[in-house]
Write a protein that binds this ligand. Structure first.
Ligand code: MEV
Length: 318
């Protein structure tokens, strides 16, 4: 039996603009994880099981859209495997779907790692390899992903990311003082693919305006990296508020997100913004040990469906 897990993620700065080559910052959310288990089966075939989604099918019978089948096909091609042995692949996830926390990328990364281990090929499955394969699967579901989600989920550390050719710029960076973030779920679900597509339509219709908005996000992401590296959390908070305004101008926020961002700010958060594709999903709020409880209570009282605490830190920090 082979088992692997992968974390959720939050985008701290630069969502959407990152698709257009501007820098962005993302971090893993290690408390919520996707898990994949691969086991030998005494029944013929490859059995795909996702209990949370009510999916139980055979690989040969899975339709084109099936996310787990896509992972298996990618792995099969990547390692030149003529056929899989009889086995079952079961995926479960604590990460809410379509909420901006990267559930799809995490399920894929966990399934890739568990499969590679089961096939005796774990040594090939480096973070870079898992990330590249996860990206291929993300492309099937999301059209034009930037690559930031698969990167942060596969490397499981905060990254400064720039989409570029021939190779993306992926830089882990130092977090001088751990940052305490709340991720609050509006409960509204949205399709990353559709929101990204809608931003593209708007960019095509108003290229100058959207290029300027993307540039603004890039400037904020760069400044945020410096502020995180020097431990200036008040500045990180201010930059989050500014990033939220730019995302509002891109029309990817929503009344629910705006409402909860305002609630977090009023409850003492140093800054707050939507996170991920938007039009639903999660917002993040930067809090301190002193303001965390009040901000969490206020968010729940205002209708947040759940509030997670996530700590942004360098891998080696306690
Ligand atoms: C989604 O987590 C982040 C977006 O910027 C899309 C992407 O980067 O692929 C909205």
């Amino acid at each position: 039996m082979s088992k692997a897990t992968a974390p959720g993620k939050i985008i701290l700065f630069g969502e959407h603009a990152v698709v257009y080559g501007r820098p962005a910052i993302a971090a893993p959310v290690s408390q919520v994880r996707a898990t994949a288990v691969v086991e030998a089966s005494d029944q013929p075939g490859v059995h795909l099981i996702a209990p949370d989604l009510g999916i139980r099918t055979l690989l040969d019978e899975a339709d084109e859209e099936d996310a787990i089948a896509a992972v298996l096909r990618q792995v099969q091609t990547a390692v030149n495997l003529p056929a899989f042995p009889d086995m079952s692949v079961t995926v479960t996830s604590q990460i809410p779907i379509a909420s901006g926390l990267g559930s799809g990328a995490a399920i894929t990364a966990a399934a890739v790692r568990a499969l590679m281990d089961f096939l005796g090929l774990a040594r090939i499955a480096t973070p870079a390899w898992v990330s590249a394969l996860t990206y291929e699967v993300e492309k099937i579901h999301h059209g034009t992903p930037s690559g930031i989600d698969n990167t942060v989920v596969a490397y499981e550390q905060p990254v400064y990311f720039v989409r570029q050719r021939p190779q993306n710029q992926i830089e882990p960076f130092t977090v001088a003082r751990p940052l305490r973030l709340l991720a609050a779920d509006t409960g509204a679900r949205s399709s990353t693919k559709e929101v990204v597509l809608d931003v593209r339509r708007q960019w095509q219709a108003q290229p100058e305006r959207f290029e300027a908005l993307f540039d603004g996000c890039g400037v904020l992401a760069k400044a945020a990296r410096r502020a995180i590296e020097t431990g200036d959390e008040a500045e990180v908070g201010r930059l989050m508020n500014q990033n939220h305004q730019l995302l509002q101008e891109m029309t990817v926020s929503s009344p629910e997100l705006d409402g909860l961002v305002a609630v977090a700010q009023a409850a003492g958060a140093l800054g707050a913004k939507m996170s991920g594709a938007g039009r639903g999903g999660n917002l993040i709020a930067l809090v301190t040990a002193e303001t965390e409880t009040a901000a969490r209570r206020a968010l729940l009282a205002a209708g947040a469906k759940s509030v997670l605490t996530s700590c942004l830190k360098t891998k080696s920090q306690p």
